[in-house]
Design a binder for this molecule. Sequence first.
Ligand code: ATP
Ligand code: LTN
Length: 340
Amino acid sequence: MENTTPAKKQIVFSAIQPSGSITLGNYLGAVKNWVKMQDNPEYNCIYALADLHTITVRQDPAQFRKNIIDMYASIMACGIDVEKAPFFIQSHNPDHAVMAWILDCYTQFGELSRMTQFKDKSAKHADNINAGLFTYPSLMAGDILLYQADKVPVGSDQMQHLELTRDIANRFNGIYGNVFKIPEGFIPKDGARVMSLQNPTAKMSKSDENANSFILLSDDDNVIMKKFKRAITDSEAKVRYAEGKDGINNLMSIYSAVTGLSYEQIEHDFDGKGYGDFKTAVGEAVVAELSPIRKRYQEYVSDKKYIEECYTKSVEFVQRFSHRTVEKAMKKIGYILPKH
Ligand code: ATP
Ligand code: LTN
């Protein structure tokens, strides 16, 4: 792995939960940027599968195991190359659990109570509002702070967690001196919040009950085209970006994120055409982007040995950075460390 000089380059860290298949929202909001940043020589990137976070919602063991491998293979298929950016499994590095506990003790009950993801998920899983669901943000803060990350590419729904991460880090630094780098979010211009195709005022989410509301990376070309054709729009029948046209705005934002075309260009190209033509164009652009990923996924997922090699090598690489931060924080707090 090349990135052995983290001091000079900016450090990028991000993670995704293995809670099911990747949606177009996850891809455009986060993973597409992971790949871009990995290929940019200004950055040293570290990525993780946040499987410790996932058990805040009860998981079936066999399905969970499968999701971890599937998600790992899917992210690799999106273009992550562990030779450029280590991609490890969070539970393989115990420093995350240690740092989460430490940060729990520097995070206030009131702060955690205000997190919208906590409120949403407790409403959705009212029979299992466990302590982990509540302290989820300090585990996430630990993920980021352990690697002294400068930038964190995420979708806009994670900004609140990122703000809390900054507050916790500033609080800790305020007491003990400069222990943690203060990270910044990195939100894409288009695709930061991909909306449901069936209810464009709500976020596209893989846990939505209506399968027509989301696109999965595993959907085949026909399914993708069908889902776009059924997407909810308005009655104006004019392709333009405007307040109140949530369905069309969402489709334009997806189209722009995938093709790189500006809204003006899209409006110009579809001037005089109806929504049917536009939906077909969006569907085709998404198919062109996702179908090579689906093919690569098939190759990776059937090569368990290669995947194993990638995550093992990755965790070995990142641990020396995370361990340095844990020891630094522990010493500042007053802990006595073993002699090595
Ligand atoms: P769930 O639906 O189970 O709550 P999720 O689809 O929100 O999960 P996460 O694993 O929580 O997925 O998120 C992974 C990354 O994808 C995060 O960076 C998040 O901000 C981003 N993301 C999730 N949904 C969207 C979306 N609709 N648009 C843009 N980015 C998104
Ligand atoms: N909470 C994030 C996943 C996540 C994460 C992180 C993202 C866990 N740890 C660290 C960025 C940095 C989510 O996507 N729901």
